[in-house]
Design a protein around this ligand. Structure first.
Ligand SMILES: Cc1cc2nc3c(=O)[nH]c(=O)nc-3n(C[C@H](O)[C@H](O)[C@H](O)COP(=O)(O)O)c2cc1C
Length: 192
């Protein structure tokens, strides 16, 4: 199922075609080469002072780490995320030393995830980001502490049909149109 973004002028097809499906093909796998490419895309993101504050915990469906991440994912996400080929936990490392504005590490990490997502789409994968997980449990399970914090979990895999989702919220949302604020609402001042 496609949900192409409608734009006032044409933009790159990867950007119009990317969306966040919840129906993952439960048989699909992700190769070492594809996973490496996704992380290379993230690695080469720009960051403030080139601090590169992003870190990752990689798991594939069927391994112990995947199971542990699944256990930390909250209710609604548990309906669909376990079918992903991989779950990647994204950790941000907040350096205080030398960082004038520490929250920028979160911004930098978002840039890295965005690059990962675009490379994934280019390779025929889908990525669904999740904030819906028990952060305390995740940090404890993977011994993440101090300046490190798990901020998001990525479900990565191949898209399945909407009908594969169980009836309810997840399936309903799968077919809803994608929405955005009008561009004019985003511009505080200045002409296009
Ligand atoms: C940081 C972040 C966290 C998100 N957390 C969840 C989540 O926990 N569960 C979920 O179903 N979707 C989650 N989403 C997906 C958003 O709901 C989705 O990106 C948004 O509705 C826009 O839809 P689109 O990505 O299909 O364009 C998250 C997205 C982002 C960027």
């Amino acid at each position: 199922m496609q949900k192409k973004a409608e734009t006032s002028v044409p933009i790159h097809p990867i950007l119009t075609e990317r969306w966040s499906p919840r129906s993952f093909d439960p048989t699909a796998l992700i190769s070492t080469e594809d996973m490496t490419a996704l992380l290379e895309a993230a690695r080469w993101a720009a960051s403030s002072y080139n601090f590169q504050p992003w870190r990752f915990i990689i798991s594939r469906r069927g391994d112990e780490t995947f199971q542990k991440i699944c256990e930390a994912i909250s209710g609604f996400n548990q309906v669909w995320a376990p079918n992903a080929s991989a779950l990647v936990a994204v950790i941000v490392e907040q350096k205080t030393e030398g960082h004038i504005y520490p929250p920028i590490a979160l911004f930098d990490t978002g840039l890295a995830v965005s690059q990962l997502t675009i490379e994934a789409h280019h390779r025929g994968f889908i990525v669904h980001q999740m904030i819906g997980f028990d952060k305390e449990k995740m940090n404890k399970t993977f011994d993440i502490s101090g300046q490190r914090d798990c901020i998001v979990v990525l479900a990565i895999g191949r898209q399945g049909p909407a009908e594969n989702l169980p009836e309810g919220q997840a399936r309903e949302r799968e077919v809803l149109p994608r929405e955005r604020f009008p561009l004019s609402d985003l511009i505080i001042s200045g002409d296009l």
